[in-house]
Design a binder for this molecule. Sequence first.
Ligand SMILES: Nc1ncnc2c1ncn2[C@@H]1O[C@H](COP(=O)(O)OP(=O)(O)OP(=O)(O)O)[C@@H](O)[C@H]1O
Ligand SMILES: [Mg+2]
Length: 115
Amino acid sequence: MAGLAGSCGVPCEVVVDVPGRCAASVEATAYFVVAEALSNVAKHSGAASAVVAVCRDGDRLLLRIGDDGRGGADERGGSGLSGIRRRVEAHDGRFTLDSPPGGPTTMRVELPCGS
Ligand SMILES: Nc1ncnc2c1ncn2[C@@H]1O[C@H](COP(=O)(O)OP(=O)(O)OP(=O)(O)O)[C@@H](O)[C@H]1O
Ligand SMILES: [Mg+2]
């Protein structure tokens, strides 16, 4: 995650607090989500800063990726966000995106750790 954040081009704070491991497939999806989200931050947001937070709540892995940019992210606008939703839902996870015009943008993903 730190490597992704370092190459994002927008200053990005990374907070990871995850005791133990999740299933490798879940960790791979989490990595994919952060990569897609940060590529959107770099390409579209115009943000001055971003944050990636990863923590664990019981058997769920919680991800939050936020930026203070222009907002207006729309799943229908490309294949990145819809790909995140598809992949998260394939794990019985949840994907929510809050990105009003004018910003800020916050993406939240919950993944069951074991699946
Ligand atoms: N963090 C963001 N801030 C502002 N706008 C965003 C952000 N993320 C996405 N968007 C908007 O939502 C659209 C859809 O994003 P999505 O990732 O699905 O597609 P894309 O980035 O344009 O293309 P792809 O990811 O398929 O290469 C983008 O084209 C952009 O207009
Ligand atoms: Mg994208």
